[in-house]
Design a protein around this ligand. Structure first.
Ligand code: PSV
Ligand code: MN
Length: 397
């Protein structure tokens, strides 16, 4: 039995917890070695919203869908009305807006870091159009990830590229509406393998600080070298008021986009703990946009998202159980064993019974996966989409 005080901590934490879904997590995606296609995968934006709506319907914590402009809104601002219609139809809202400056052929040598000023301009224009889309949709966050970098030593001027990034991100910042934010994401590898222009949190931080006060850093779990202490990065960014967003996933070697907590749930718990600790000390909520950044090649897409949202709730609830006062006292006295035990006790607590009660008190099913499986939704969309999906494959096979 969990004591009442702890139950309250979990309930309060869950009442305030939300995590955004990626529209692309419902479409057929894979690795660069190939895709294993799923008959029920979403093709249209309507289908992506519909599938995301299922995840929110059964878990109650995923009310927003992150959109990738090129994949979801190829018509740009002209597609805003359709997105607004889908928001109403599926009871969701558009989340972060993600420009795409990595797929067009013109970006072979980069986007904002490209030596060709015409390409830099093109990328900038696309980002500015994306910011406009975000304004129309009332989406606060413009989420910026760049595939820019180089594959061979000596082939690019690293300092010049840094300055182009700084200049252009400043320009983007100047165009933001007062309530908008821009989030700068970093990644040390892929698709560039020698250098990436925004390789780590320090580079992202410097660029965000140079851009202006509405720019923050976005941390993606998968974008770090092995053994990197991600929660320390989170703690530093929080302390500097520079953590704006978090992309959750898990990984073993590279950016595998495995389901959150599947390899190392204790790491996610430690990240949430740093955030909760900051909130406890500061007496205010950390303003972080949480998103799932996963696209599944093997697992059923909707099930994988439900599984992820469930893990996120569990790990967040466990972090809410850390006795911050007790921990702070142990830290002051350097009681190493007791301080560590304080964390481990929270992590070891089975929070699932309280989460089930919390769900039922909100009219949600105690077991979201079971409810989804019983609903018949997957069978229905499989029947509706499988022929069309198979035809789409054979037309480009
Ligand atoms: C890049 O690896 C990334 O993490 C960025 O957030 C992109 O927008 C997303 O993945 C696309 O899958
Ligand atoms: Mn990401």
């Amino acid at each position: 039995m969990i004591p009442n005080k702890q139950t309250d901590s979990i309930v309060n934490a869950l009442n305030a917890f939300q995590i955004e879904l990626p529209s692309w997590g419902f479409a057929n995606t894979g690795t660069r070695f190939g895709k294993f296609l799923q008959p029920a995968a979403a093709l249209t934006l309507d289908e992506k919203f519909s599938d995301a709506g299922q995840v929110h319907k059964w878990t109650g914590v995923c009310p927003a869908v992150a959109l990738h402009v090129l994949w979801d809104m190829p018509g740009g601002v002209n597609d805003v009305r359709e997105v607004q219609r889908l928001e109403v139809e599926h009871g969701l809202r558009a989340g972060s807006i993600n420009p795409n400056t990595f797929e067009s052929q013109i970006y072979k040598y980069g986007s904002l870091g490209n030596p060709d000023p015409a390409v830099r301009q093109e990328a900038l224009d696309h980002i500015l159009r994306s910011a406009e889309i975000a304004r129309h949709l009332g989406s606060r966050d413009l989420s910026l990830w760049f595939a820019d970098g180089s594959n061979y030593p000596g082939t690019q001027n690293i300092r010049r590229r840094r300055r182009w990034f700084e200049e252009n991100l400043k320009t983007v910042h100047q165009q933001l509406a007062p309530q908008q934010r821009m989030l700068v994401e970093y990644k040390p590898f892929e698709p560039a393998f020698y250098h990436t222009d925004i390789a780590d949190w320090g580079m992202a931080l410097l660029l965000a600080q140079a851009a202006g006060p509405q720019a923050k850093v976005l941390v993606d779990t998968g974008h770090h070298y092995q053994a990197q202490n991600i929660e320390q990065i989170v703690a530093w960014l929080l302390d500097l008021d520079m953590l704006g967003g978090f992309h959750f996933n898990d990984r073993r070697y590279a950016d595998d986009d495995l389901t959150m907590g599947s390899i190392d749930p204790y790491q996610v718990f430690r990240i949430f703990h740093e955030i909760r600790c900051f909130e406890w000390e500061e007496g205010k909520r950390a303003d972080i946009a949480y998103m799932i950044d996963q696209s599944h090649n093997l697992k059923g897409k909707i099930e994988a998202m439900i599984q992820t949202a469930t893990s996120a709730m569990e790990l967040y609830a466990k972090a809410a159980l850390v006795d911050q006062e007790k921990l702070a006292a142990h830290q002051r006295k350097c009681d190493l064993v007791d301080a560590e035990t304080c964390l481990k006790d929270a992590f070891a607590t089975d929070v699932r019974p309280v989460i089930r009660e919390w769900a039922q008190s909100r009219g949600l099913p105690a077991d979201p996966m079971e409810a989804f499986r019983q609903s018949g939704y997957l069978e229905r969309i499989t029947a509706e989409r499988s022929k069309r999906n198979a035809a789409a494959v054979s037309s480009y096979a």
